[in-house]
Design a protein. Structure first.
Length: 240
């Protein structure tokens, strides 16, 4: 029985990992399609598409999946129309949450989001109730160890290219910039030979709020449910 149980557990874990991987590829494909539809299928001229494709490659999404997603976006392949929607919500403790959705079924998406929120002591907010608390910024995360080499030179170069804020923690350095300077900052980072761990446009809270341990646990469950939903592309909060 113990052998059977062990095999069952391994299979269960593998099944869960495969499901999460498939869910991730679905989300990455939607992001690629919507950027290709908005700016064309050429990654050299469409910066947003290039970022989406780079993120897909970082997550080992197969080349053929990437190419199909681009063709769906440009209309070369038939497929359901993907919409981008931003929902405003309040979570446990009244924290503000922006939920970015990419979906081919708006009714399903809003129903799922409402259900996830209600199950996790949250609620939908009206238009404009939350978004004013955030700024849309370009955000790039790089290794802190590489950044510390000739740090002053790198800081100066990044600031000159448009970086507004450079935040260090024990492992990473986060560089924030206005959206119009995002590409210049990203190019400067690559010029310095620093490997990009993560990059993209993010809604960054103007002010963060502290939360209790109880609220933090509830938020973690809520965010886990959002991540598991195939229509949720990303979410942003003002909770520390």
């Amino acid at each position: 029985m113990s052998g059977h149980s062990k095999w069952h557990n391994i299979q269960a874990r593998k099944g869960k990992q495969d499901a999460l991987r498939g869910n991730l590829f679905t989300k990455l494909g939607k992001a690629i399609s919507i950027t290709a539809r908005a700016g064309g299928g050429d990654i050299l001229s469409n910066f947003s598409l290039r970022l989406a494709v780079e993120k897909a490659k970082e997550n080992n999404m197969p080349k053929e999946n990437i190419e199909r997603a681009i063709k769906r976006g440009t209309g070369e392949l038939e497929g359901a129309q993907i919409e981008e929607i931003m929902y405003e919500a309040f979570g446990p403790g009244g924290v503000a949450i922006l939920i970015k959705v990419l979906t081919d079924n708006k009714n399903r998406a809003i129903s799922d989001i409402k259900h996830i929120l209600s199950d996790n002591v949250g609620s939908m907010g009206g238009a404009g109730s939350v978004q004013w608390m955030f700024r849309l910024l370009g955000v790039v995360k790089i290794s802190r160890a590489r950044f510390l080499e000739n740090k002053e030179e790198k800081e100066l170069g990044l600031i000159e290219s448009g970086a507004e804020d450079i935040i260090e923690d024990e492992e990473f350095v986060e560089v924030r910039t206005k959206t119009e300077n995002f590409q210049k900052v990203l190019n400067k980072i690559k010029e310095f030979g620093m490997e990009v761990a993560e990059s993209g446009l993010e809604w960054v809270a103007k002010e963060k709020i502290s939360v209790s341990d109880d609220v933090r646990e509830k938020l973690e469950r809520l965010f886990g449910d959002l991540e598991a939903n195939e229509d949720v592309d990303n979410y942003f909060t003002n909770a520390e």
